[in-house]
Ligand binder design. Structure first.
Ligand SMILES: [Zn+2]
Length: 328
């Protein structure tokens, strides 16, 4: 095969997809056709491309069938959800009628209605919603639980409403908000921004929870705020480390820095707490190492662990950076 022929093969093979789609100019088309008459190799390639075009068409057709099937299934799920909703409504209606006749009080009706909302949020809502299924389920379940708490505290004397509702929202957020944020797609929102929003929300609700649960006890409030702030500080520090550029530190390097940060925090949190509380001595319970033993010995064990963790953290960080550098 001459050099000229080899060149024309390469050119024809580049042009083949356009040729098959009928997108070539008349001159180029004639050129390809002339070449195909004399070159078996290019003819085979043309046949292959045509075959795979058929495969693509089959895939598109299959997806069409699937989406029609999914629509049908969605329709059935929606009907099932609607039926469940109606069934859940029945006891509410019956109790409301009994209440209207003086047989029971309005509080019972409202608590029952809110409970049925919770049941619907967990059963009918996932069946009936297409987009953001998880987020809707979580949001409506949380709202129902808070509503139950509101009615119980209003009609059955369960204590101040906020005292139970605030920790409820905090707990549900802590467990589910990261998954909700992952599910919803907001324009131009990176994982970092989403993560920061989750942390800001959780931080606010942690403080609100401290306020709600310490209710009027100034010392307990201050203690809660101190401990809460120190743990939030650690959480935000770890979050900041996870935002460090991976291309410089690598996963290993970031793990090393996190170990170092935790070790440092563990070493200093107890002291920081005592300063913030103005007690002048270590507060019990804020250190990971807290045994009923001599305070000096306790402090020594604490220091040994801190040094070991710090050294391990620094070694991992350096190893991570070095590994990234070697790989370029
Ligand atoms: Zn050829």
């Amino acid at each position: 095969m001459s050099i000229n022929e080899r060149y024309s093969c390469a050119i024809v093979r580049d042009l083949l997809p356009l040729y098959i789609d009928g997108a070539l100019s008349r001159e180029s088309r004639e050129y390809v056709e002339e070449h195909l008459k004399v070159c078996g190799g290019c003819g085979e390639i043309k046949a292959k491309i045509c075959d795979s075009s058929i495969e693509t068409a089959v895939v598109i057709e299959k997806e069409g069938v699937l989406s029609r099937f999914q629509k049908k299934e969605r329709g059935r799920a929606w009907t099932a959800g609607a039926v469940i909703s109606v069934i859940l409504l029945i006891p509410v209606v019956i109790t409301a009628i009994v209440a209207a006749a003086g047989g029971t009080d309005i509080g019972t009706v409202l608590v029952l209605a809110a409970s049925m909302c919770l049941a619907a949020a967990l059963s009918a809502v996932p069946l009936m919603s297409g987009k953001y299924r998880f987020s809707k389920t979580v949001a409506l379940s949380a709202a129902s639980v808070v509503l139950i708490e509101l009615f119980v505290s209003l009609f059955f004397g369960g204590g101040p409403f906020y005292r139970i509702a605030v920790p409820t929202v905090f707990g549900i957020s802590l467990a589910f908000l990261p998954f909700v944020m992952r599910e919803i797609s907001l324009p131009k929102m990176t994982a970092a921004v989403k993560g920061a929003l989750v942390l800001i929300w959780d931080s606010v609700w942690l403080y609100l929870t401290v306020w709600a649960t310490t209710g009027g006890d100034a010392y307990a409030f201050r203690e809660g705020m101190t401990v809460g702030t120190l743990f939030l500080l650690l959480t935000w520090l770890i979050f900041a480390v996870t935002r460090l550029p991976k291309r410089i530190f690598g996963s290993l390097g970031r793990a090393g820095i996190i170990i170092f940060v935790i070790a440092l925090w563990e070493k200093l949190a107890g002291h920081a707490a005592s300063v913030m509380m103005g007690t002048g001595h270590e507060l019990s319970g804020y250190q990971l190492i807290h045994w009923t033993m001599d305070a000096a010995l306790n402090d020594k064990i604490n220091s040994v662990i801190f040094i070991a963790a710090a050294v391990l953290g620094i070694i991992l960080t350096l190893a991570g950076v070095a590994a990234k550098k070697r790989r370029g």
